[in-house]
Design a protein around this ligand. Structure first.
Ligand code: HEC
Length: 257
């Protein structure tokens, strides 16, 4: 019955098919109890601690700040503004990509964006900005302006067999409605704080996930071809969504269903 209501609201048969695929991810009472418990003691804290160690072995905060050309004492505020244009890369990059740059600078093997180590290090580095407000500046330069534009295009482009876009489920006029049991999240809302809360521990996956991997999970669910991590399109999508959530507090690791 609930599903029918949503389907009527969406006026999209394609989307109704996807609703069924999402069913297994709904939150039961038992899940809610577990969520409350994990809020007290987020399992991903361990991963963040491991990330600190891995990052320390790789380069450490001092060398990292130097590579980025910022004072170590300004690092937290600087990190709160990612994705951003960085001079050494000559392009707009994510935090994970700066860790790759750091590895290359230190002449160490460059960790893959898909690797577990990278998820942990990204979470640690972002946690250095905990308490700061997400401060992405999409008007900072023409690179950022271009990436915002591209990100919006990627967000709105209908793709895949069902002709869905991110916007089909996350547009302003549809958020708050439910796909089966799950509310469609407003990615910019204070409660969601999407950019400030990822990497987050996902209960449905029993592991920590980065924001760009979370995008890929939605692409999977909605049968959209997966955009590769680190590609221009993926970074642009992160710029666009982070900008929606600007001003929200950074709290890593997050906890999500
Ligand atoms: C078929 C509907 C649908 C489509 C299409 C879709 N999403 Fe989602 N998305 C959801 C639902 C439902 C959730 C919440 C799932 C949950 O709470 O477990 C969600 C959650 C998210 C979250 C996590 C929000 C949080 O809690 O921080 C992000 C980020 C996200 N989607 C991004 C995207 C992007 C980017 C795209 C396009 C590539 C996309 N989604 C396409 C349904 C969709």
């Amino acid at each position: 019955m609930r599903r029918l209501t949503v389907c009527a609201a969406l006026l999209s048969a394609a989307l109704c098919g996807v609703l069924n695929a999402e069913e297994k991810m709904s939150m039961s009472d038992a899940d809610k109890a577990m969520y409350a418990e994990l809020l007290e003691n987020n399992p991903a804290e361990m991963d963040v601690a491991e990330g600190e160690q891995l990052f320390g072995d790789l380069i450490g905060a001092e060398g990292y700040a130097k590579m980025l050309g910022v004072n170590e004492k300004d690092l937290a505020a600087y990190l709160a503004g990612f994705p951003r244009y960085v001079e050494p890369a000559k392009k707009v990059v994510t935090l994970s990509q700066t860790i790759q740059m750091a590895a290359a600078t230190a002449k160490k093997p460059v960790p893959k964006l898909e690797s577990k180590e990278m998820v942990k290090m990204t979470a640690y580095v972002k946690s250095l900005a905990n308490g700061e407000k997400t401060s992405i500046d999409v008007k900072a330069n023409k690179h950022m302006e271009q990436m915002l534009k591209l990100g919006q295009q990627v967000f709105e482009e209908r793709r895949g067999g069902r002709g869905l876009s991110c916007n089909s489920c996350h547009s302003a006029d549809i958020v708050g409605q439910r796909l089966r049991m799950q509310p469609l999240p407003d990615l910019g809302a204070k409660e969601t704080a999407a950019a400030g809360t990822w990497p987050a521990y996902r209960m449905t996956q029993s592991q920590m996930v980065t924001l760009d991997k979370r995008f890929q999970q939605c692409m999977n669910n909605a049968l959209l071809a997966k955009i590769p991590l680190g590609s221009r399109e993926m970074v642009a999508l992160e710029v666009f969504i982070t900008n929606k959530t600007k001003g929200n507090e950074i709290q890593i690791p997050g906890l999500k269903r």
